[in-house]
Every structure is written in structure tokens, then in C-alpha cells.
Design a protein around this ligand. Structure first.
Ligand code: HEC
Ligand code: HEC
Ligand code: HEC
Ligand code: HEC
Length: 423
């Protein structure tokens, strides 16, 4: 009896999985024949449900330049028109996660289970607080998910199709973190081609490898080696740098205690690339000795992610503070506190533990004046705004250098960030 129930349950689960898989394939390959065969009702329904929830994404990034997309406008930015043009260009290059499915099935399936795919978008429609936020900002509740909605910047992905039609792809998707990939010169077409005649990874020449990476970087791909830029992508949403949203609507000001290492190693983790069966602790392509030698370790990467995350937190909090206009508001107060906390985390939990890290010492020096003023309650928003921007820019340059030059092995004194259990 028990055995029969078990078989039935397993059978139902497998049927559901089959439905989902066929649904994914249908969507990915747009196989119309599946729709017309008509013999596969369960799969069709699953496929249809799937179509209803499938996502696409956004964000902009570049190799060495600072990336300021709509979510992460720096306070230094004085050209809203240029900014808007950049957003449109980025949205036009979004192809959507299903374009990745053929080659990144495991990553896709893992992502599909993450809160970015299951929750981020639904929050907009399903909670009383969403209605409150919208009302406070005079956004029609029915418009929170429209393509020009503020909310969509972080809870979904804006896409502009070739015919100019703007669409909203629910959720935070591959390209929200890895950069828009489409277009003639987009990295989608380049990033997996190992040579003129195709070939495999191990056949690729060093010259081709370097050229490929440079091209992908130029068209805005954020890959595992771009630790600084990836962390910045997270903070561009998880730190809510919009004063009205916080002060008037009372939307959360940030995800509290957002630790880039732990958060990436948890819900987001999808490090399947070199072994499609195993979700490795850290990105396998970053670790792979093929181009990097034997010196990189998973522990080193996790520590490096922790430290780089802390530096990006400081940078982004400084930028957010510089955007404040109301010194008495919750937003300004919260961002001031964040700057102080991020500074002290680097000083006490990193530098004091590790000791000799000249780059990080230099980084703290650039933010010391602002930190001291905030700590002594001598900070005056209107007088110190530009100094915040300058400090953020200086912190950014050093943080990036640190992320590129270090492999984390010199951070042994730090506790190794723990990978949370997979759900
Ligand atoms: C035609 C197959 C194919 C498609 C389609 C594809 N990828 Fe890839 N992707 C690969 C291969 C192969 C690699 C490994 C490249 C290497 O060895 O450097 C890779 C690597 C990556 C990496 C990691 C690069 C690194 O060095 O850390 C990211 C990120 C990535 N792909 C994202 C995407 C996204 C997002 C999409 C969809 C928009 C996508 N890929 C579509 C084949 C593909
Ligand atoms: C700058 C990015 C950003 C923007 C813009 C944004 N959100 Fe959010 N939102 C977030 C993040 C990050 C969280 C998660 C916060 C946390 O972890 O506590 C969140 C959480 C929420 C939640 C769940 C928390 C709660 O209070 O119930 C709702 C609902 C929500 N947002 C609605 C909206 C609406 C509606 C808008 C537009 C008026 C909007 N958000 C604009 C980033 C953003
Ligand atoms: C929330 C941000 C985020 C989203 C969404 C996201 N990624 Fe990633 N991705 C990352 C980060 C961060 C890393 C580096 C992870 C690490 O070091 O542990 C990464 C690493 C990768 C790698 C390299 C893995 C390896 O083993 O080297 C590939 C490939 C990849 N992502 C593809 C994708 C695809 C395809 C999607 C969509 C289905 C996707 N990513 C969605 C943030 C994201
Ligand atoms: C486009 C905006 C956006 C980007 C980029 C983004 N997130 Fe999120 N993230 C969200 C929203 C919105 C939620 C939903 C909040 C919730 O579940 O309460 C969320 C939820 C999460 C969650 C689950 C809730 C939690 O706090 O545990 C994790 C973990 C997470 N994000 C980590 C990351 C990491 C790591 C990165 C960067 C590699 C990243 N996110 C990039 C918007 C974003």
C-alpha cells in the first residue's frame, strides 16, 4: 500500500517535471509542433503556465569603466538624457534567460528556483505594502509593473524588442547580473566560441582566449572574474538609492546585512559550468587552472568576495548618501549609518584581522574624512555632497584594483564565508 502511494507520488512528480521540461524546451526552441500534436495535454498546460511566468532581464556594465545604469546612477551624473539613452540601449540588448537554456540548462533550472525568479516580481502585485508604496508615489497600482515603472527597475527586467515594443520580463534574470547580451556585437555571440572553426575549450589558443574575453568585456559581459562589478550589480538593487521611495513610500532602504559572499553563495549559487551535475562552491571557470594556474582556491574566492563586497558596500552607500536632499529624512539617516558601518567593517573586521593590506588602507584613507564627519556628527549634506562623490569614486578605483589583482590567498586570517545549504 505504502509502496503504491510512493510510486504514485513519484509518478506525479515525474509527470510534472516532464511537463516543465517540455515547457522549457517549447519556450526555448519555440517548437510549435508540440502545440499542434495535441496528444500531450499535461505538457501543454505546463508549457502554457510556464510561458506565463517566463522572464527576461536588464543592467549595463563595462570592463574598466564605471557602470551607472538607471538603478545605479551616481550622484556625479549630471546628464539625465545620456542616462536615459543608456537605459534604452541596454533594454534593447536584453535577450532573456530562455536564450541561455540550450547551453546553461543547470544554471537555468537553479535560477528558476531562486527568489529572483519566484518572488521578486510577485512582490509587486501580491502585497498590501506594494499598493501603499505605489500610492505614496502617485503610481497607479495597476501600473506598478508597466515598462516605465520605477518598481520594474529592481523587481523585473525591461526589454525593448527589435520592433521597438517595450516589454517587462518578470523577475531578476541572467542579464540583470551578467549584463545585456544581445545585439550584433553583443557578448552572447562571442562568449562561447573558442576559435575560428569552433573547437573546444582545450583547443583554444591563449591569443584567442584573451581576444574573446576582451570582446565580451567590451560589450558588457560580467563574468565570474568581475567580482567587483558583480557585487555592484547586487548593490544597485539591494541598496535602494531612491530617496522618495524610502522617505515618502517607506519602502525598505536596503536588504539588511546584505553580504555579497553569503548571498551569492546561497540563493544565487549556480556554479555548474565545468560539471553540469554539481553546483560547485564557487565559480568553476574562475577556479579552473587552464588559464589561471593552480593558485586559486574556493576558500580564497569566498574571502575575496567578502572583502570586495564590503568595499562595494562602502562605495555604493557613499553614492546613495550623496543623492540625499533631505538631511532629516530616513533615507539620509540610513545611508549615513551604512557608510559608518561599512567603513568600520573594513577597518575592524578586515584590516585589523589580516594586517598588511596596503590597498585597503589606501581605500579607507580616501573615505576617512567623510567617515569622521559622520561619526562626529559634523557632516553637512549640502557642503559635503561632492566630497562623498569624490570618495566613492576613489573607493571604486581601489576596490576594482583589489578585486582584479588579488586571489584571496592573502586573506587567510579571515573566517571562510559559509555556503548556506541549498533549498
Ligand atoms: C551556444 C551555447 C551558449 C549559449 C546560448 C549561452 N552560453 Fe554562456 N557559456 C557558454 C560556454 C561554452 C561558456 C564557457 C566559456 C569559457 O570557457 O570561457 C559560457 C560561459 C558563460 C558565463 C561565464 C563566463 C565566465 O568566464 O565566468 C556566463 C556568465 C554566461 N555564459 C552567461 C550566459 C547567458 C546569460 C546566456 C544567455 C543570455 C548564455 N550564457 C548563453 C555557452 C553558451
Ligand atoms: C532600487 C531598487 C528597488 C526599487 C526601485 C523598488 N524596489 Fe521594492 N524591493 C527592493 C529590494 C532590494 C527589496 C527587498 C528588501 C529586503 O530584503 O528587505 C524590495 C522589497 C519590496 C517588497 C517586499 C517588502 C515589503 O515591504 O513587503 C515590496 C512589496 C516591494 N519591494 C514593492 C516595490 C514597489 C511597489 C516599488 C515601486 C513603487 C518598488 N518596490 C521599487 C528593491 C527595489
Ligand atoms: C543575481 C545575480 C545572478 C543571476 C540572476 C544569474 N547569475 Fe550567473 N553568476 C552570478 C554570480 C555572482 C556568479 C559568480 C558565482 C561565484 O563565484 O560563486 C555567476 C556565475 C555564472 C557562471 C559561471 C559559473 C562557473 O561555474 O564558473 C555562469 C555560466 C552563469 N553565471 C550563468 C548564468 C545564467 C545562464 C543565468 C540565468 C539562467 C545566470 N547566470 C543568472 C550572478 C547571477
Ligand atoms: C535587478 C535587481 C536585483 C539585482 C541585480 C540583484 N537582486 Fe537579489 N533580489 C532582488 C529583489 C527585488 C529580490 C526579492 C526580495 C525578496 O525576496 O524579499 C531579491 C532577492 C534576493 C535574495 C533572496 C532574499 C534574501 O535576501 O535572501 C538573495 C539571496 C539575493 N537577492 C541575492 C542577490 C545577489 C547576491 C545579487 C548579485 C549577485 C543580487 N541579488 C542581484 C533584486 C535584485
Amino acid at each position: 500500500m505504502l509502496e503504491n502511494v510512493r510510486t504514485l507520488v513519484v509518478g506525479v512528480l515525474e509527470f510534472r517535471n516532464l511537463g516543465l521540461q517540455i515547457g522549457e524546451l517549447m519556450f526555448a526552441n519555440r517548437l510549435p509542433w508540440l502545440l499542434t500534436t495535441g496528444c500531450c495535454g499535461g505538457a501543454m498546460i505546463a508549457g502554457w503556465l510556464y510561458l506565463g511566468t517566463v522572464n527576461l532581464p536588464r543592467i549595463q556594465a563595462d570592463e574598466p569603466q564605471d557602470q551607472d545604469s538607471q538603478r545605479q546612477q551616481s550622484a556625479a551624473s549630471t546628464n539625465p538624457q545620456k542616462e536615459a539613452a543608456g537605459e534604452v540601449e541596454a533594454a534593447a540588448r536584453i535577450v532573456g534567460g530562455t536564450q541561455c537554456l540550450d547551453c546553461h540548462r543547470s544554471e537555468y533550472v537553479r535560477w528558476k528556483r531562486s527568489k529572483h525568479a519566484t518572488r521578486a516580481f510577485d512582490l509587486l502585485g501580491s502585497t498590501a505594502s506594494a499598493r501603499r508604496y505605489a500610492e505614496a508615489l502617485d503610481i497607479e497600482f495597476g501600473e506598478v509593473a508597466a515598462s516605465n515603472s520605477l518598481c520594474v527597475q529592481c523587481h523585473a527586467t525591461r526589454q525593448i524588442r527589435a520592433d521597438g515594443v517595450a516589454r517587462v520580463l518578470p523577475g531578476v534574470s541572467c542579464e540583470s547580473c551578467h549584463g545585456p547580451s544581445g545585439g550584433v556585437d553583443g557578448w552572447l555571440n562571442t562568449h562561447s566560441v573558442y576559435g575560428e572553426e569552433g573547437g573546444t575549450r582545450s583547443d583554444e589558443t591563449k591569443e584567442h582566449y584573451l581576444e574573446r574575453k576582451a570582446k565580451c568585456g567590451k560589450s558588457g559581459q560580467l563574468r565570474s572574474e568581475h567580482i567587483y562589478e558583480l557585487a555592484k550589480a547586487c548593490y544597485s538593487c539591494h541598496l535602494v538609492n531612491n530617496e522618495a521611495l524610502v522617505n515618502e513610500a517607506e519602502h525598505p532602504v536596503a536588504t539588511q546585512n546584505f553580504d555579497f559572499s553569503i548571498k551569492s553563495l546561497g540563493d544565487v549559487r549556480h556554479n555548474y559550468h565545468l560539471d553540469q551535475q554539481v553546483n560547485a562552491e564557487v565559480a568553476t571557470l574562475w577556479l579552473d587552472p587552464l588559464w589561471h594556474g593552480e593558485r586559486r582556491t574556493a576558500a580564497g574566492r569566498k574571502r575575496l568576495m567578502f572583502v570586495v563586497g564590503a568595499t562595494v558596500d562602502l562605495e555604493m552607500s557613499l553614492r546613495a548618501l550623496a543623492r540625499a536632499t533631505d538631511e532629516e529624512g530616513d533615507y539620509c539617516e540610513a545611508m549615513s549609518e551604512r557608510v559608518v558601518d561599512a567603513y568600520e567593517l573594513i577597518e575592524e573586521d578586515i584590516l585589523e584581522e589580516v594586517g598588511d593590506l596596503p590597498l585597503l588602507e589606501k581605500l579607507l584613507e580616501t573615505a576617512e574624512e567623510i567617515y569622521t564627519k559622520l561619526d562626529d556628527e559634523e557632516f553637512v549634506l549640502d557642503d559635503d555632497r561632492q566630497a562623498c562623490v569624490d570618495a566613492a569614486n576613489a573607493v571604486a578605483a581601489i576596490a576594482r584594483e583589489f578585486a582584479v589583482k588579488r586571489n584571496g590567498n592573502q586573506l587567510d586570517a579571515l573566517e571562510e564565508p559559509e555556503v548556506p545549504d541549498e533549498e
